[in-house]
Ligand binder design. Structure first.
Ligand code: NAD
Length: 468
């Protein structure tokens, strides 16, 4: 069994690199190695050399290896969760670090067992044609800092399953988490099938323009996604882009506020709000507005926030000072506009950690910055509406469309509303849940392409028609 100390030693260096500080305490965890752009080229070349043998193994063997990789993740789960908790800040408990490591194993297994997407498209006695999905070659996997292990698995598991090799570029904010995951997976995978290149955004840019990289799986901000789209033009590199979101939730007047409050809370505050498809603006009908606000205050006020390694906590710090400043600026703007802070909004600014308390803001203008900009943190604006058409128009009024949710006692009514919302996923009476067999992706500037399930396998392969 791997221990936290041994895994940390394997992914840190005594030499130069990036100092990693615990976002809850400011204490030094260790130094992560970083590489330069020349090392990206070397990694891609090694991955390209390893790819034919990996593809030649066939689906059954690759799937067996992905199951063994899941076994390795499970055997090291506490060590992985501790590194993740210390570096990212998320608590061990709640839908946080242990949950994330568990999801890594689950996604590996389901991806291993998803049937190959090959299909017979015509077989009419005259014509016979099959659509196959062949390996692309080398896939570049570029990840953000909020769910650094789970999102990496979302990218690399299907890519490996389909016979590609992978060069993974973890976020510079969560290098140890990215490296630790790859370290564990590589106890099982053949050499050079999965290579991590730790460092900042320039390494990601080098991956995108490397002619030997056939596909980029990118999860991160819309701003970086746009740069990647431009950079991909040179080699017509394929892209799956999971970008930023500002998910709306619409609460219809027929709900039981107390019954939905906990689901609403976790929809918005999972991972202390640092989640792409979290509920980021809540539109509540006038009839139930006060009751929903009250129920949310009760739930949110009872959730312990603190150092992730404390087993009691379910909310943690923001991962970095930059994100703390975003949340702080947006809440201050809301306050200045006259919005009513129901809970939180008063961070302790002298502490070393990046803690921002769970914050609920009511009676806020729909055009306020806290509503229309992505806060990516623990501050939820609650907007009052009386006409459903207005709420739907506001939900659709932004240039992003990752997820959304509709809350109602009447499922058919909720489904009718869902059909009018511009988002890649619309949840009913929950928000943000993902499943390895249910496709996930955004519309508008939240990106394009789908992950998970058969659609996710197709996304990391090239189609080939065999006709005759
Ligand atoms: P970011 O765009 O700053 O960074 C993401 C990754 O891209 C990092 O690894 C970074 O080093 C790399 N990068 C930076 N510049 C690059 C370039 N020019 N070329 C290639 N790679 C480059 O995003 P972040 O701040 O780490 O993540 C937060 C954002 O990600 C939020 O907007 C959030 O909504 C979004 N997100 C989306 C999803 C989703 O599934 N849609 C999931 C998680 C996060």
């Amino acid at each position: 069994m791997t221990t936290y100390e041994s895994l940390l030693a394997a992914v840190t260096t005594d030499g130069d690199g990036r100092e990693v500080l615990d976002p809850a305490t400011g204490e030094r965890i260790g130094t992560a190695p970083v590489v330069d752009t020349a090392a990206v080229g070397d990694a891609v070349a090694r991955a390209a050399a390893a790819q034919p043998a990996w593809a030649a193994l066939g689906h059954a063997e690759r799937s067996a290896l992905l199951h063994r990789a899941a076994d390795a993740v499970e055997a090291s789960s506490e060590a992985l969760a501790e590194i993740l908790s210390r570096e990212q800040g998320k608590p061990l408990n709640g839908p946080n670090a242990r949950f994330e490591v568990g999801a890594c194993a689950a996604w590996l297994r389901v991806t291993a067992d998803t049937p190959t997407p090959t299909q017979v498209v015509v077989d009419d006695g005259t014509d016979f044609a099959e659509l196959h999905y062949r390996p692309i070659g080398v896939v570049g996997a570029i990840t953000p800092w909020n769910w650094p292990m789970m999102i990496a698995i979302w990218q690399l598991a299907p890519a490996l399953r389909m016979g590609n090799t992978v060069v993974a570029k973890p976020s510079q904010y969560t290098l140890l988490s990215g490296l630790a995951l790859v370290e564990v997976l590589n106890t099982v995978l053949p050499a050079d099938v999965l290579i991590a290149v730790p460092g900042s955004g320039e390494l990601g840019a080098a991956l995108v323009t490397d002619p030997a990289v056939g596909k980029i799986m990118f999860t991160g901000s819309t701003a970086t996604g746009k740069k990647i789209i431009e950079a991909s033009a040179g080699n017509v590199t394929r892209l799956t882009l999971e970008l930023g979101g500002n998910d709306a939730g619409i609460v219809l007047p027929d709900v039981d506020p107390k019954a939905i409050a906990e689901q609403l809370f976790w929809g918005a505050f999972i991972n202390t709000g640092q989640t792409c498809a979290a509920l980021k603006r809540l539109y509540v009908h006038d009839d139930v507005y006060d009751a929903v606000c009250e129920a949310l205050v009760d739930v949110a006020g009872a959730m312990p926030m603190g150092v992730g390694l404390d087993e009691a906590n379910v909310l943690g710090p923001l991962q970095n000072a930059m994100q703390f400043d975003v949340v702080d600026r947006l809440v201050e703007a809301a306050k200045a506009s006259g919005a009513r802070v129901l809970l939180g909004g008063d961070p302790e600014r002298t502490q070393p950690g990046h803690f921002y308390p769970a914050t609920l803001v009511a009676d806020i203008d729909p055009a306020n910055a806290l509503v229309v900009e992505e806060q990516f943190g623990p501050a939820l604006p609650i907007i009052r509406y009386s006409d459903l058409d207005d709420a739907i128009a506001l939900a659709n009024g932004l240039d992003v469309g990752l997820g959304a949710s509709v809350w109602s006692a009447d499922r058919d009514r909720a489904r009718e509303v869902a059909a009018r919302i511009q988002a890649g996923t619309v949840w009913i009476n929950s928000h943000g849940g993902v499943h390895p067999m249910i496709p996930f992706g955004g519309v508008k500037q939240s990106g394009y392409g789908l992950e998970f399930g058969a659609e996710g396998l197709k996304a990391v392969a090239v189609p080939q028609v065999v006709n005759g």
